[in-house]
Design a protein around this ligand. Structure first.
Ligand code: URA
Length: 226
């Protein structure tokens, strides 16, 4: 039995360079073990996914650019520090992404939030935009795009296209998710090589119903319904 701080699971090889994973510690693996367990109650699922979301949001903020900022301390000394360069905005992909908004609000007081609803078109089977609402100045902000599960990547890619059509450059979008599939990550990163992805865990793959394996099942169902 290992008592080190590192998880027993290794990251897959050939992770695209624009993907950042949370430090794969034993604590993080313990949190994921709880949320993956089908016996975990809805209350615990919410509590432990919120803990992971908080870690992901903090990591996302690490990737925002800063500029020099000098302040005076109460001792009269000057401190040459830094401040965030721009303003941010969260955009959640409904409905599961909404669960990540509170975690963002906890660390960014009064953060602006936009929403996107994308569903599979019955006829074409392609992801289709059904609804979106953004702050009017979104084009001048850094966007934290929120969706807990990156499975095939279809909805996330459509969401990025919608943001681009609103004038947000790819370089100013950070996509945050709890679990990614390797195939979804590959497709997404090939399409948007300048966009950063913060993920908590990279799983084995997808099953025939496009669920992530081992995954945690349907995130929205477990968070809102079960
Ligand atoms: N969405 C989910 O909620 N779970 C998956 O495994 C894939 C997509």
């Amino acid at each position: 039995m290992s008592t080190t701080n590192h998880t027993s699971k290794a990251l897959p090889e050939n992770i695209p360079p624009n993907v950042i994973t949370l430090p794969q510690t034993a604590q993080l693996e313990a949190l994921y073990t709880i949320i993956r367990d089908k016996e975990t109650s809805r209350g615990d699922f919410i509590f432990y996914t919120d803990r992971i979301i908080r870690l992901l949001v903090e990591e996302g903020l690490n990737h925002l650019p800063v500029v020099p900022r000098t302040v005076e301390t109460p001792t009269g000394a000057k401190y040459e520090g830094v401040g965030f360069e721009g303003r941010i905005c969260g955009v959640s992909i409904l409905r599961a992404g909404e669960a990540m908004e509170a975690g963002l609000r906890e660390v960014c007081r009064s953060v602006r939030i936009g929403k996107i609803l994308i569903q599979r078109d019955e006829e074409t089977t392609l992801p289709k935009l059904f609804y979106s609402k953004f702050p009017s100045d979104i084009a001048s902000r850094y966007v934290l795009l929120l969706d807990p599960m990156l499975a095939t990547g279809g909805s996330a890619m459509k969401a990025v296209e919608v943001l681009q059509s609103e004038g947000v450059p790819e370089e100013r979008i950070i996509f945050i998710n709890l679990i990614s599939s390797p195939e979804g990550l590959k497709k997404f990163c090939e399409r948007f090589p300048s966009l950063k992805i913060i993920t908590g865990w990279i799983d084995e793959g997808l099953n025939e119903k496009a669920y992530i394996i081992p995954g945690l099942g349907d995130f929205g169902e477990r968070r809102y319904c079960q």
